[in-house]
Design a binder for this molecule. Sequence first.
Ligand SMILES: *Cc1c(COP(=O)(O)O)cnc(C)c1O
Length: 393
Amino acid sequence: MTLPTDASSTPEVLRAQAVVDLGAIAHNIEHLRSMTTAEVLVVVKADAYGHGMVRVAAHARRMGIDWLGVALPEEALELREHADTGRVLAWLATPDQSSIDACVEQHVDLGISTPWALSHVIDAALKHGVTARIHLKIDTGLSRGGASAMDWTDLVDAAAQAQADGTVFVDGVWSHLVSGEDPNAEITDVQAQTFADALRVVQRAGLNPTWRHLGNSGAVLSGAARTRGFEHTMVRCGIATYGITPGRVLGEPNDLGLRPAMTLHARLAQVKQIPAGQGVSYGHQWIADRETTVGLVPLGYADGLPRTAVTPSVWIAGRRCAVLGRIAMDQCVVDVSGVDASAGTEVIVFGPGDRGEPTAEEWAEWAGTIGYEIVTRIGPRVPRRYVGEVGRG
Ligand SMILES: *Cc1c(COP(=O)(O)O)cnc(C)c1O
């Protein structure tokens, strides 16, 4: 977990830092709100996809976001420790009574898929003398969490009984998409239909939960949630908040009206010449075919740069500079031949792309992954610095 820091109070970080533009996050949240009539729950799991959970959460609250979503109970409890008192949904509890107790005690809503989770929640509610708020989850095809269709009626009936007893309140019913980022995915219609059927079971049990949610960033940005009629009353948006495309099939962030929020900066640690014929980095995967000026970037795979990236580059002094050879744990070597670079020169590993610097999407392509993984894996050794907050630094 990255400690929240203020731009003003952070000493200039010479090695590296991830600058998070809260103005971009605000823009993206407003854009998502303009794309849907449903309530936008902002997903801040995994340290807000690497952007810093506590700061992003506080920023979203100031924008009037009522709902935050996290995977783990521990993430929700961390928000509470940082004085977040708003609605939080945590959807990935394991059979650990103490973390469920703490969530129920601290009014965290829990996503519930199984009889054991329901009984843990009921026990917690009895223990603390409160009514626990839950969102029942149906598996509509992802085969991850969620009750199977054949177990759904039993789960709903058990929850309805608990609601009648006063231990739980079913405030939501939800599911998660297989291919939300693909506007043409046929499975989405199947899932929307299965979800509608599941809602009818809930109604028949006498429950009428306010929050019914299936869509994610991709489903909102593609318009599928609206046009295919499964917007319901809430959508859960993560990646678009951070200005990263949910899938390149949908388009680049710019085409989608998003602004990437994270820029990963570093400073060169050393610059030197190597002769023609000399190899660079582990295994000498790259050999200089001429005299080359190399720059040492003090970021490596321990910081989240994907070691498997093919032909990656970074941005130095207005130019794209190729990464030479293997990315190591703490560092990598770049070609700065003909570039005005010396020790201390700024390196932009990725950013919004406005100046020609690589984007997280490009890194994802080089590494054969998705933008989600690039930003989420930027490690705890890289301090986060926040800019663009209205009325602050
Ligand atoms: C991560 C997650 C989301 C957010 O998805 P994005 O594609 O980032 O918008 C929504 N719901 C669940 C259950 C998730 O795990």
